[in-house]
Design a protein around this ligand. Structure first.
Ligand SMILES: Nc1ncnc2c1ncn2[C@@H]1O[C@H](COP(=O)(O)OP(=O)(O)O)[C@@H](O)[C@H]1O
Ligand SMILES: [Mg+2]
Length: 250
């Protein structure tokens, strides 16, 4: 689904121009995003920071095609989401993006293997292949010995690793993680970050994560600070991948 740009390079993972999202709360409009311009290239590792209520989750939902902008342009892998109906938007999401949430969002009484295989069900992958790929994804996060365990029998750190395996099982181009270490102790948070770092370095998967923790943000290569629905600051602490180094990072 990714399109090539006219220069022939890979399209950016995300391009937002004047992106807004307003929520209607009993007749009162809340402007969660007020005009965001942003470009994130393939293979980047980005942290999004900002006070509670500043619009971080709203932005992640838009980037992840879980929601649509109120106005502005959003291109995901070069595709303008406004040109897609809901079915095609869901397909783009399923093929391009893996999600990791603070509260894991796993089916508590369903074995880890089936939780991880779930995104492949929506893709119409045959059962035996689903199971093989889910097993491989669980092995990749160090949970090859926990295939039949249910999330309700697992520690928080293990549950988040199951969620990462589920995000990876479809070979996404991007992993979006909304406070992935927010409910974890230091050691488990560290393991989750090591997995995301390895994924970015070894497979070139772009990682965009929201965090409140400065030491987590410092491990990303770029820090985007959001305030009152706008990007307040966008800094790079490490150079972007070679294939995606042109431009000013916006
Ligand atoms: N589904 C919703 N309905 C109404 N208002 C919402 C909804 N989601 C978020 N908001 C509001 O939008 C603003 C930004 O929220 P959010 O993106 O969740 O911020 P953050 O993730 O930075 O804490 C807040 O004022 C919040 O109350
Ligand atoms: Mg949030």
């Amino acid at each position: 689904m990714t399109r090539e740009t006219h220069e022939g390079g890979a399209a950016p993972a995300f391009e937002a121009i004047g992106l807004t999202r307003s929520y209607d709360l009993e007749g009162v409009s809340v402007d969660a995003l007020r005009g965001v311009d942003l470009r994130i290239d393939q293979g980047e590792f980005v942290a999004i920071l900002g006070p509670s209520g500043s619009g971080k989750s709203t932005l992640m939902h838009l980037l992840g095609c879980l929601d649509r902008p109120t106005s502005g342009v959003l291109r995901v892998g070069g595709v303008d989401v406004a040109t897609l109906d809901d079915t095609r938007l869901a397909e783009l999401r399923n093929e391009t993006i893996g999600f990791v949430f603070q509260s894991f969002h796993l089916l508590a009484r369903t074995p880890a293997l089936d939780n991880v295989a779930l995104p492949l069900v929506y893709r119409g992958v045959a059962r035996s292949e689903r199971r093989a790929r889910a097993q491989k994804a669980l092995e990749a996060v160090g949970l090859g010995h926990r295939l039949g365990h249910r999330p309700s029998q697992m520690s928080g750190g293990e549950q988040q690793r199951v969620a990462i395996a589920r995000a990876l099982v479809g070979d996404p181009k991007v992993v979006l993680a909304d406070e992935p270490t927010g409910n974890l102790d230091t050691r488990n948070g560290d393991e989750v970050m090591a997995l995301l770092e390895g994924l970015n370095a070894d497979s070139g998967v772009a990682v965009v994560l929201v965090t409140h923790e400065p030491d987590v943000a410092a491990r990303a290569h770029r820090q985007i600070h959001v305030r009152d629905g706008l990007i307040e600051r966008d800094t790079r602490t490490r150079t972007a991948p070679a294939a995606a180094s042109e431009g000013d990072g916006k």
